[in-house]
Design a protein. Structure first.
Length: 334
Protein backbone atom coordinates (compact mmCIF):
# COMPACT_ATOMS: atom_id res chain seq x y z
CA UNK A 1 0.00 0.00 0.00
CA UNK A 2 2.78 2.35 0.96
CA UNK A 3 4.60 1.69 -2.32
CA UNK A 4 1.43 2.50 -4.25
CA UNK A 5 1.05 5.81 -2.44
CA UNK A 6 4.68 6.70 -3.16
CA UNK A 7 4.26 5.77 -6.81
CA UNK A 8 1.10 7.91 -7.04
CA UNK A 9 2.90 10.87 -5.47
CA UNK A 10 5.80 10.51 -7.90
CA UNK A 11 3.41 10.53 -10.86
CA UNK A 12 1.64 13.60 -9.44
CA UNK A 13 4.95 15.43 -9.01
CA UNK A 14 5.96 14.59 -12.59
CA UNK A 15 2.66 15.92 -13.90
CA UNK A 16 3.11 19.15 -11.93
CA UNK A 17 6.69 19.57 -13.15
CA UNK A 18 5.63 18.97 -16.72
CA UNK A 19 2.91 21.59 -16.37
CA UNK A 20 5.47 24.04 -15.02
CA UNK A 21 8.02 23.31 -17.76
CA UNK A 22 9.29 25.72 -20.39
CA UNK A 23 6.55 27.07 -22.69
CA UNK A 24 6.46 25.70 -26.21
CA UNK A 25 6.43 27.75 -29.39
CA UNK A 26 2.71 27.07 -29.67
CA UNK A 27 2.10 28.28 -26.10
CA UNK A 28 3.87 31.57 -26.77
CA UNK A 29 2.18 31.99 -30.15
CA UNK A 30 -1.21 31.64 -28.51
CA UNK A 31 -0.32 34.40 -26.05
CA UNK A 32 1.01 36.63 -28.81
CA UNK A 33 -2.10 36.13 -30.92
CA UNK A 34 -4.30 37.20 -28.06
CA UNK A 35 -2.09 40.21 -27.29
CA UNK A 36 -1.26 41.47 -30.79
CA UNK A 37 -4.14 40.42 -33.02
CA UNK A 38 -7.05 41.03 -30.68
CA UNK A 39 -6.18 44.70 -30.23
CA UNK A 40 -8.37 47.14 -32.17
CA UNK A 41 -5.36 49.19 -33.16
CA UNK A 42 -1.91 50.30 -32.13
CA UNK A 43 0.66 53.04 -32.49
CA UNK A 44 4.40 52.65 -32.32
CA UNK A 45 7.68 54.39 -32.84
CA UNK A 46 10.87 52.62 -33.86
CA UNK A 47 14.28 53.10 -35.40
CA UNK A 48 15.46 51.19 -38.44
CA UNK A 49 19.13 50.71 -39.21
CA UNK A 50 19.99 49.54 -42.73
CA UNK A 51 23.46 48.10 -43.21
CA UNK A 52 23.28 47.06 -46.85
CA UNK A 53 25.19 50.06 -48.22
CA UNK A 54 28.71 51.36 -47.75
CA UNK A 55 27.62 53.22 -44.62
CA UNK A 56 24.79 52.28 -42.22
CA UNK A 57 21.70 54.46 -42.54
CA UNK A 58 19.33 55.26 -39.69
CA UNK A 59 15.63 55.97 -40.06
CA UNK A 60 12.88 56.94 -37.64
CA UNK A 61 9.60 55.08 -38.11
CA UNK A 62 6.15 56.01 -36.84
CA UNK A 63 3.18 53.67 -37.38
CA UNK A 64 -0.55 54.06 -36.85
CA UNK A 65 -2.88 51.10 -37.41
CA UNK A 66 -6.61 50.86 -36.82
CA UNK A 67 -8.50 47.70 -37.71
CA UNK A 68 -9.37 46.45 -40.15
CA UNK A 69 -7.40 48.19 -42.91
CA UNK A 70 -6.18 51.64 -41.91
CA UNK A 71 -2.41 52.23 -41.86
CA UNK A 72 -0.15 55.23 -41.73
CA UNK A 73 3.62 54.68 -41.78
CA UNK A 74 6.01 57.63 -41.77
CA UNK A 75 9.70 56.94 -42.40
CA UNK A 76 12.25 59.75 -42.09
CA UNK A 77 16.01 59.61 -42.41
CA UNK A 78 17.77 60.52 -39.19
CA UNK A 79 19.46 63.91 -39.41
CA UNK A 80 17.64 64.78 -42.64
CA UNK A 81 14.41 66.43 -43.70
CA UNK A 82 13.83 63.64 -46.21
CA UNK A 83 10.77 61.51 -45.41
CA UNK A 84 8.14 59.32 -47.01
CA UNK A 85 4.72 58.27 -45.85
CA UNK A 86 2.58 55.33 -46.88
CA UNK A 87 -1.13 55.51 -46.06
CA UNK A 88 -3.87 52.96 -46.53
CA UNK A 89 -7.48 54.10 -46.22
CA UNK A 90 -10.83 53.35 -47.87
CA UNK A 91 -9.72 55.05 -51.10
CA UNK A 92 -6.58 52.99 -51.67
CA UNK A 93 -2.89 53.04 -50.84
CA UNK A 94 -0.93 56.30 -51.10
CA UNK A 95 2.81 56.95 -51.08
CA UNK A 96 3.71 60.55 -50.28
CA UNK A 97 7.12 62.18 -50.79
CA UNK A 98 6.90 65.76 -49.48
CA UNK A 99 10.34 66.82 -50.76
CA UNK A 100 9.22 66.08 -54.33
CA UNK A 101 5.66 67.26 -53.85
CA UNK A 102 4.47 63.90 -55.15
CA UNK A 103 1.69 61.56 -54.08
CA UNK A 104 1.21 58.23 -55.81
CA UNK A 105 -1.99 56.22 -55.52
CA UNK A 106 -2.13 52.42 -55.78
CA UNK A 107 -4.99 49.96 -55.93
CA UNK A 108 -3.20 47.41 -53.80
CA UNK A 109 -3.76 45.05 -50.88
CA UNK A 110 -0.62 46.33 -49.15
CA UNK A 111 0.58 45.25 -46.62
CA UNK A 112 -1.09 41.83 -46.94
CA UNK A 113 1.43 40.47 -49.46
CA UNK A 114 4.44 42.46 -48.28
CA UNK A 115 5.32 41.84 -44.66
CA UNK A 116 7.18 44.65 -42.92
CA UNK A 117 9.24 44.24 -39.76
CA UNK A 118 7.82 47.41 -38.20
CA UNK A 119 4.21 46.14 -38.43
CA UNK A 120 3.64 43.92 -35.41
CA UNK A 121 0.66 42.13 -36.97
CA UNK A 122 2.87 41.19 -39.91
CA UNK A 123 5.48 39.76 -37.54
CA UNK A 124 2.83 37.53 -35.98
CA UNK A 125 1.71 36.37 -39.42
CA UNK A 126 5.31 35.60 -40.41
CA UNK A 127 5.75 33.34 -37.38
CA UNK A 128 2.43 31.63 -37.99
CA UNK A 129 3.07 31.11 -41.71
CA UNK A 130 6.48 29.45 -41.28
CA UNK A 131 6.04 25.80 -40.31
CA UNK A 132 9.79 25.62 -39.68
CA UNK A 133 9.92 28.64 -37.39
CA UNK A 134 11.94 28.04 -34.24
CA UNK A 135 11.82 29.59 -30.79
CA UNK A 136 14.37 29.73 -28.02
CA UNK A 137 13.76 31.07 -24.54
CA UNK A 138 16.29 33.25 -22.78
CA UNK A 139 16.22 34.94 -19.40
CA UNK A 140 14.13 37.95 -20.42
CA UNK A 141 12.99 37.24 -23.96
CA UNK A 142 11.68 34.79 -26.50
CA UNK A 143 13.51 34.72 -29.83
CA UNK A 144 11.67 33.48 -32.91
CA UNK A 145 13.58 32.75 -36.11
CA UNK A 146 11.41 32.68 -39.21
CA UNK A 147 11.53 33.09 -42.96
CA UNK A 148 10.80 36.60 -44.21
CA UNK A 149 7.77 37.25 -46.39
CA UNK A 150 8.62 40.62 -47.87
CA UNK A 151 10.12 41.95 -51.09
CA UNK A 152 13.65 41.23 -49.87
CA UNK A 153 13.15 37.56 -49.08
CA UNK A 154 15.58 36.37 -51.75
CA UNK A 155 18.57 38.35 -50.45
CA UNK A 156 17.37 38.71 -46.84
CA UNK A 157 15.66 35.37 -46.21
CA UNK A 158 15.61 35.18 -42.40
CA UNK A 159 14.57 37.30 -39.45
CA UNK A 160 14.95 36.98 -35.70
CA UNK A 161 12.15 38.49 -33.65
CA UNK A 162 13.09 39.31 -30.06
CA UNK A 163 10.06 39.47 -27.75
CA UNK A 164 10.06 40.71 -24.17
CA UNK A 165 8.78 37.92 -21.89
CA UNK A 166 7.10 40.28 -19.47
CA UNK A 167 5.23 42.57 -21.87
CA UNK A 168 4.96 40.05 -24.76
CA UNK A 169 5.84 42.90 -27.13
CA UNK A 170 8.64 42.87 -29.71
CA UNK A 171 11.90 44.51 -28.62
CA UNK A 172 13.71 44.39 -31.93
CA UNK A 173 13.86 42.50 -35.21
CA UNK A 174 17.07 41.47 -36.99
CA UNK A 175 16.79 40.77 -40.72
CA UNK A 176 19.58 38.50 -41.93
CA UNK A 177 21.19 37.72 -45.26
CA UNK A 178 22.03 34.24 -46.56
CA UNK A 179 25.19 34.25 -44.40
CA UNK A 180 23.15 35.03 -41.26
CA UNK A 181 24.66 38.51 -41.07
CA UNK A 182 22.38 41.26 -39.81
CA UNK A 183 21.53 43.75 -42.56
CA UNK A 184 18.49 45.48 -41.06
CA UNK A 185 17.66 46.07 -37.41
CA UNK A 186 14.31 47.49 -36.31
CA UNK A 187 14.29 48.58 -32.67
CA UNK A 188 10.93 49.35 -31.09
CA UNK A 189 11.02 52.39 -28.82
CA UNK A 190 7.36 52.53 -27.80
CA UNK A 191 4.29 50.40 -28.61
CA UNK A 192 0.80 51.39 -27.48
CA UNK A 193 -1.85 48.70 -27.98
CA UNK A 194 -5.58 49.46 -28.12
CA UNK A 195 -5.04 52.84 -29.75
CA UNK A 196 -7.72 53.65 -32.33
CA UNK A 197 -8.01 56.63 -34.63
CA UNK A 198 -10.95 57.83 -36.68
CA UNK A 199 -11.04 57.05 -40.40
CA UNK A 200 -10.75 60.77 -41.17
CA UNK A 201 -7.32 60.83 -39.53
CA UNK A 202 -6.06 58.53 -42.28
CA UNK A 203 -7.11 60.91 -45.04
CA UNK A 204 -4.36 62.22 -47.29
CA UNK A 205 -4.06 65.99 -46.95
CA UNK A 206 -2.88 67.03 -50.38
CA UNK A 207 -2.34 70.65 -49.39
CA UNK A 208 0.13 69.76 -46.66
CA UNK A 209 1.58 66.49 -47.94
CA UNK A 210 2.91 68.08 -51.10
CA UNK A 211 4.83 70.82 -49.34
CA UNK A 212 8.56 70.45 -49.07
CA UNK A 213 11.92 71.69 -50.19
CA UNK A 214 13.26 71.27 -53.67
CA UNK A 215 15.03 67.97 -54.25
CA UNK A 216 18.76 68.35 -53.91
CA UNK A 217 20.64 68.55 -57.15
CA UNK A 218 22.47 65.41 -58.19
CA UNK A 219 24.10 66.88 -61.27
CA UNK A 220 27.77 67.30 -61.99
CA UNK A 221 29.63 69.42 -64.45
CA UNK A 222 30.61 66.69 -66.91
CA UNK A 223 27.52 64.60 -67.54
CA UNK A 224 24.81 66.74 -65.96
CA UNK A 225 23.82 63.76 -63.81
CA UNK A 226 25.42 61.72 -61.07
CA UNK A 227 25.37 58.27 -62.61
CA UNK A 228 24.65 55.12 -60.62
CA UNK A 229 25.41 51.57 -61.69
CA UNK A 230 24.13 48.23 -60.35
CA UNK A 231 26.75 46.14 -58.59
CA UNK A 232 24.98 42.77 -58.62
CA UNK A 233 27.50 39.96 -59.23
CA UNK A 234 25.50 37.99 -61.78
CA UNK A 235 27.46 35.75 -64.10
CA UNK A 236 27.41 36.98 -67.68
CA UNK A 237 25.84 40.37 -66.87
CA UNK A 238 27.37 43.06 -69.12
CA UNK A 239 26.65 46.70 -69.82
CA UNK A 240 26.03 46.54 -73.58
CA UNK A 241 25.05 50.12 -74.27
CA UNK A 242 24.85 53.45 -72.48
CA UNK A 243 23.39 56.68 -73.82
CA UNK A 244 23.00 60.08 -72.22
CA UNK A 245 20.59 62.62 -73.64
CA UNK A 246 19.71 66.18 -72.69
CA UNK A 247 16.17 66.90 -71.53
CA UNK A 248 14.40 69.98 -70.24
CA UNK A 249 15.00 68.72 -66.70
CA UNK A 250 18.70 67.98 -67.14
CA UNK A 251 20.04 64.70 -68.50
CA UNK A 252 18.62 61.22 -68.87
CA UNK A 253 20.74 58.08 -68.88
CA UNK A 254 19.75 54.87 -70.71
CA UNK A 255 21.65 51.68 -69.91
CA UNK A 256 21.08 48.32 -71.56
CA UNK A 257 22.38 45.26 -69.73
CA UNK A 258 22.78 41.95 -71.55
CA UNK A 259 23.23 38.35 -70.57
CA UNK A 260 20.70 35.84 -69.35
CA UNK A 261 19.12 38.53 -67.17
CA UNK A 262 18.59 41.38 -69.60
CA UNK A 263 17.17 44.67 -68.41
CA UNK A 264 17.06 48.37 -69.19
CA UNK A 265 17.88 50.99 -66.55
CA UNK A 266 16.86 54.65 -66.92
CA UNK A 267 17.84 57.42 -64.51
CA UNK A 268 17.23 61.16 -64.55
CA UNK A 269 16.87 64.03 -62.05
CA UNK A 270 13.75 63.77 -59.91
CA UNK A 271 11.51 66.75 -60.60
CA UNK A 272 9.26 68.39 -58.07
CA UNK A 273 5.60 68.12 -59.02
CA UNK A 274 3.38 71.19 -59.18
CA UNK A 275 0.27 69.01 -59.37
CA UNK A 276 -1.50 68.60 -56.03
CA UNK A 277 -3.58 65.64 -57.22
CA UNK A 278 -2.36 62.07 -56.56
CA UNK A 279 -1.00 60.25 -59.57
CA UNK A 280 -2.35 56.74 -60.13
CA UNK A 281 0.45 54.21 -60.48
CA UNK A 282 0.33 50.68 -61.83
CA UNK A 283 1.56 47.92 -59.55
CA UNK A 284 2.15 47.69 -55.83
CA UNK A 285 4.15 49.79 -53.39
CA UNK A 286 7.43 48.13 -52.49
CA UNK A 287 9.58 49.07 -49.52
CA UNK A 288 13.16 49.03 -50.77
CA UNK A 289 14.50 49.88 -47.33
CA UNK A 290 15.88 53.26 -48.38
CA UNK A 291 12.73 54.38 -50.22
CA UNK A 292 9.30 53.19 -51.36
CA UNK A 293 8.93 52.33 -55.03
CA UNK A 294 6.31 50.94 -57.38
CA UNK A 295 6.67 47.42 -58.76
CA UNK A 296 4.88 45.45 -61.49
CA UNK A 297 5.66 42.08 -63.05
CA UNK A 298 8.09 43.70 -65.50
CA UNK A 299 9.16 47.04 -64.02
CA UNK A 300 10.32 48.85 -60.92
CA UNK A 301 10.46 52.61 -60.39
CA UNK A 302 11.73 54.57 -57.41
CA UNK A 303 13.22 57.93 -56.44
CA UNK A 304 16.27 58.32 -54.23
CA UNK A 305 19.08 60.83 -53.70
CA UNK A 306 17.33 63.33 -55.98
CA UNK A 307 17.23 60.86 -58.90
CA UNK A 308 14.35 59.01 -60.52
CA UNK A 309 15.17 55.38 -61.46
CA UNK A 310 13.28 52.95 -63.69
CA UNK A 311 14.03 49.29 -64.48
CA UNK A 312 12.20 47.39 -67.23
CA UNK A 313 12.71 43.71 -68.06
CA UNK A 314 10.86 40.60 -69.16
CA UNK A 315 13.75 38.45 -67.90
CA UNK A 316 14.04 39.55 -64.27
CA UNK A 317 11.80 38.42 -61.46
CA UNK A 318 10.49 40.99 -59.00
CA UNK A 319 13.04 39.81 -56.45
CA UNK A 320 15.82 40.33 -58.98
CA UNK A 321 14.66 43.85 -59.85
CA UNK A 322 14.67 44.67 -56.15
CA UNK A 323 18.16 43.19 -55.89
CA UNK A 324 19.33 45.49 -58.68
CA UNK A 325 17.79 48.53 -56.98
CA UNK A 326 19.44 47.70 -53.66
CA UNK A 327 22.84 47.36 -55.37
CA UNK A 328 22.92 50.77 -57.06
CA UNK A 329 26.07 52.78 -56.34
CA UNK A 330 27.53 55.96 -57.77
CA UNK A 331 30.56 55.21 -59.91
CA UNK A 332 32.75 56.80 -62.51
CA UNK A 333 31.47 56.68 -66.08
CA UNK A 334 32.37 53.33 -67.60
Amino acid sequence: MRSRIIAFMLVAVMVILAACGAPTKEDVMKKLSGKWNDTKGYELTATMEIKTGAEPRMYDVEVWHTKPQFYRVNVSQAGSKESQMIVRNDEGVFVITPSLGKTYKFQSDWPAQNSQGYLIGALHDDIKADENATMIEEDKEYIFETATQNNHKKVLPTQRIHIDKKSLLPKYVSVLDENSEEKIRITFKQITLGKERKAAEYNVDMENSNVGSEPKSEENGETGLRTYYPTVAWEGLVLEDEEVMTTENGTRSFMTFGGEKEFVLIQEPAVRSENKLPVSVEGDPVDLGFTIGAITENSLRWESEGISFFIASDKLTQDEMIEVAASMKEEEMK
